[in-house]
Design a protein around this ligand. Structure first.
Ligand code: CUA
Length: 166
């Protein structure tokens, strides 16, 4: 009858909508997966830069003579710091104001942390990894740079100075 024909048509239409909805949901999930993958792929590679903590002092970027501030060819400054129980090397870090600064920090032993007072710089310092962050100081001044992750009995005494000069 005409009535059952209508019902069948309606059912087919509803099924089509459900199928469309399901395909849309799957497409959305795939899109989220791709977006998340791209998002992580686009994060700075420094996030996963690794280094062997047992050879820091022997060779490579973090040998003692290479620590502290270095001016790059483009005028920016790179600061390399090693944290260890219970100090940062170097203890006094001098950087220019109004200049892009890149900090590269790693640990020679256990997990430390570092923050620079008066800035939003705050990072974990983990053995085996290089923590990298960029900043720029607007004006000259002195900042304390304490370890903020409990790292042993000498934790409270672990800190450095950051001196910003014009
Ligand atoms: Cu190093 Cu706390």
């Amino acid at each position: 009858s005409a009535n059952s024909h209508d019902t069948a048509a309606l059912t087919a239409r509803i099924e089509k909508r459900w199928a469309f909805l399901m395909v849309s949901i799957i497409a959305l999930l795939v899109a989220i997966m791709i977006f998340t993958g791209l998002h992580w792929a686009m994060m700075p590679p420094s996030r996963v830069e690794t280094i062997d903590p047992s050879t820091l002092h022997v060779s490579g970027e973090f040998v003692e003579s290479n620590l502290g501030s270095a001016v790059e060819p483009n005028g920016s400054v790179t600061v390399r710091i090693v944290g260890q129980q219970y100090s940062f090397t170097p203890q006094c870090i001098v950087v220019p104001s109004k200049t892009p600064i890149t900090f590269r920090v790693t640990s020679a032993d256990v997990i430390h942390g570092m923050l620079i007072t008066g800035t939003n710089i705050n990072s974990m310092v983990e053995p085996g990894y290089i923590s990298t962050f960029k900043t720029e100081f607007e004006r000259a001044g002195d900042h304390l740079m304490p370890c903020h992750e409990y790292c042993g009995v000498g934790h409270e005494a672990m800190w450095a100075n950051v001196k910003v000069v014009d």
